[in-house]
Design a protein around this ligand. Structure first.
Ligand code: 5GP
Length: 130
């Protein structure tokens, strides 16, 4: 079982944003920028482009709803989208609030982010999720 499946099952805590029957969104534990969110399918699949067409399309539509909520909740110009998948073998989309290109620099992660601030950000995004 992947670490993301254990988060989805509630075995490992996370700053949850939203879920439906097939997808789950939560804050990245080492964000590149405040509000950095991961969107994952509940079904385990390593490589995003091995997802079935409808699952991939629906995951992007779920990510769109999360991104709209992030843009309302956080000061930013746009929500950036990245797929890496080199660390955790469970397909996921990174959503990152952007004011400038440098906000999407995966070499500059916030280590040990303040838990209270993470909780506040997650709650603010969840409150805007439709
Ligand atoms: P990738 O697989 O896209 O290269 O990177 C995986 C991402 O998942 C990283 O940005 C990392 O910080 C995040 N991540 C890894 N383990 C955990 C975890 O246990 N909880 C959370 N919330 N994020 C994690």
């Amino acid at each position: 079982m992947t670490i993301f499946s254990r988060i989805i099952n509630g075995e490992i805590p996370c700053y949850k944003i939203a879920e439906d029957d097939r997808f789950f969104a939560f804050l990245d534990i080492n964000p590149v920028n405040w509000g950095h969110t991961l969107v994952v399918p509940k079904r385990e699949e390593d490589y995003i482009f091995d997802l079935a067409d409808d699952e991939l399309a629906d995951m992007m539509l779920f990510a769109k709803r999360v991104a709209h909520a992030m843009k309302k909740a956080l000061p930013c110009r746009k929500i950036g989208v990245t797929v890496l998948g080199l660390e955790v073998p469970h397909a996921h989309i990174h959503l990152v609030p952007l004011k400038s290109e440098g906000d999407m620099d995966f070499h500059k992660k916030i280590s040990d982010p303040d838990p209270e601030k993470m909780k506040q950000i997650a709650n603010a995004i969840t409150a805007e999720f439709e």
